[in-house]
Design a protein around this ligand. Structure first.
Ligand code: MN
Length: 534
């Protein structure tokens, strides 16, 4: 039997976003979604991608086959029960990957009392016979075989141990201990992992079988249990992007990778091959394709993970970032140390936002802008975006702010959106069409870019409901980026979400144009326009 573990400090990242993650109720990935996601996972450096459950899940055979054909790099794995027809289907689906990064058969059988009963298996001998038979079948195709005793954490310890040792004897090279229903707590899960690893090593020696953790979040322990398993000797973590999956879902890949990256010394000096700077973009891509929102308060990749609103925090952050951050957002693909204006921000937050749009102000003016923005925020019942702050600064200084682009209307027909712009000082009225399969807002942005020559797009989008008795039907914040410039604009429109979004996009373009003009014409060393009280 070959030694298969090259480096005992590496934790293999086994991404099951497209198998366990895709089993999440109320979401669906089509084939195009899967191909795009897999490409990004491969680029990010995950080691193994579970491409589906080819025999059992409709569409998974074709999807797993397409994934195995399209990706080069990671090992592609397919799930199967121990029945030979399942194992054949799994191999047929992923066989193309065996000529590239590798192909793995992951076979499983339920080993807890309730699972055995549901399967009609009445004795341990019958269970072991099924496991040996399945793994022996898999060895006809590959020597990369993973075995999982499903519901391991509710399986009597000695039964679980005997079954996995039989699986190793039959040829399994990865032994996964799934906490299928998120029942285990840290100390007992770690104990299972530790004893499994010790017993396997006692049987066949070190470095021949990888022990793997697969945790669910039903009691909120998924990431903690995965990390404790690593501390106990597991060297593969089965995880999903955004922690998506069945019920309360799976261990979150971003959290597990960040824990290993930041605190790996506490878990045996471990590391992963993942390029952490891609975690946030990949999270956004997966959420977008799953039709799920970007969570504000998600660890590592959430919208607020590196954002600060409280005035006292903003003040200390300006002196030393480490006062309220222990990791660098940029290393995870985030905007680092972002200052958000809100109910708790002081003038320092205003100063930081104004600087980004090319305006510097003396302290007296900053306090005045800050007070007026708080009052306006209270009055309107929403936080102030960058275009609001610019407007308030202009009111106080007497600066005249003119939009170079003015939204008229938009008409959607299938994938095509026609946007009309009104006459403005900078541009005559006009209309253009945009096409996108990502939705009408994206198509509308493309139409606007055609008319304005703008080369950016919306990187963050959020809506607030203005429907309860308010005049406007939709209020939308968009964050727009172009060549390192990044601003947030807000707009309302009674015609609905699409119109409000395009209007906000156009406001953001105007704001970026004015910011660039201010930054370009300033002679001061601060490289920004200084305003004084009018
Ligand atoms: Mn699972």
């Amino acid at each position: 039997m070959p030694e298969i573990i090259r480096d005992p400090s590496q934790v293999v990242i086994y991404d099951t976003t497209l198998r366990d993650g895709a089993q999440m109720p109320r979401i669906d990935f089509d084939l195009e979604d899967r191909i795009v996601i897999v490409g990004k996972l491969a680029q990010m450096g995950v080691d193994v991608i579970e491409a589906g459950f080819p025999f059992a899940v409709e569409g998974d055979f074709e999807a797993a086959r397409a994934i195995a054909e399209s990706v080069d790099g990671p090992t592609i794995s397919a799930l199967s029960r121990t029945r030979h027809s399942d194992i054949e289907a799994a191999w047929d689906a992923i066989e193309p990957a065996s000529h590239k990064g590798g192909a793995r058969i992951h076979t499983f059988i339920g080993t807890s009392d309730s699972h055995m009963e549901a399967l009609g298996i009445s004795s341990e001998a019958q269970l072991i016979e099924a496991v040996r038979s399945g793994i022996q079948k898999a060895t006809e195709y590959t020597d990369d075989i993973e075995f999982s005793p499903e519901d391991a954490s509710r399986t009597p310890f000695n039964r679980m141990l005997r079954v996995v040792l039989e699986a190793v004897d039959a040829g399994a090279t990865t032994i996964n201990i799934p906490d299928t229903v998120g029942f285990a707590v840290m100390q007992e899960y770690a104990q299972r992992i530790k004893v499994v690893k010790e017993q396997i090593e006692a049987k066949i020696g070190k470095g021949r079988v990888v022990v793997s953790a697969h945790c669910h979040d039903d009691l909120g322990w998924a990431t903690a249990n995965t990390m404790m398993a690593i501390a106990a000797g597991a060297r593969q973590a089965e995880v999903t992007i955004g922690g998506i999956g069945e019920r309360a879902s799976n261990a979150c890949e971003e959290e597990v990778v960040a824990n290993i990256e930041e605190r790996g010394d506490q878990f045996g000096g471990v590391y992963t091959n993942v390029d952490t700077s891609q975690l946030t973009p990949v999270y956004k891509e997966v959420m977008d394709r799953a039709g799920l929102p970007i969570q504000l308060n998600k660890a590592v990749v959430g919208r607020n993970a590196f954002a600060h609103e409280a005035g006292i925090h903003q003040h200390k952050m300006q002196k030393d970032r480490e006062t309220y951050e222990h990791m660098d957002g940029e290393e995870y693909g985030q905007v680092p140390a972002e200052m958000v204006l809100g109910k708790l921000s002081g003038w320092r937050g205003v100063e930081s936002r104004l600087k980004d749009i090319g305006i510097t102000a003396n302290s007296e003016m900053l306090i005045a802008i800050s007070e007026r923005s708080k009052a306006r925020s209270d009055e309107l019942g929403r936080r102030m975006a960058d275009n609001d702050i610019e407007e308030i600064a202009a009111e106080l200084t007497g600066e005249i702010v003119t939009d170079g682009v003015v939204f008229g209307s938009m008409v959607t027909s299938g994938d095509t959106v026609t946007v009309s712009l009104e006459d403005s000082e900078a541009r005559p009225a006009g209309k253009a069409e945009g096409v996108s399969d990502k939705g009408s807002i994206d198509a509308g942005c493309k139409a606007v870019n055609k008319m304005t020559g703008f080369a950016g797009d919306i990187v963050e989008w959020s809506g607030i409901s203005k429907s309860r008795g308010a005049a406007a039907a939709a209020g939308i914040y968009v964050t727009v980026a172009q060549n390192g410039n990044r601003v947030e604009a807000y707009a309302e429109d009674e015609r609905g979400v699409d119109a409000a979004s395009i209007k906000a996009y156009i406001k953001a373009i105007g704001l970026i144009e004015r910011s660039q003009a201010r930054l370009a014409t300033t002679p001061s060393t601060e490289n920004a326009k200084t305003v004084v009280a009018a």
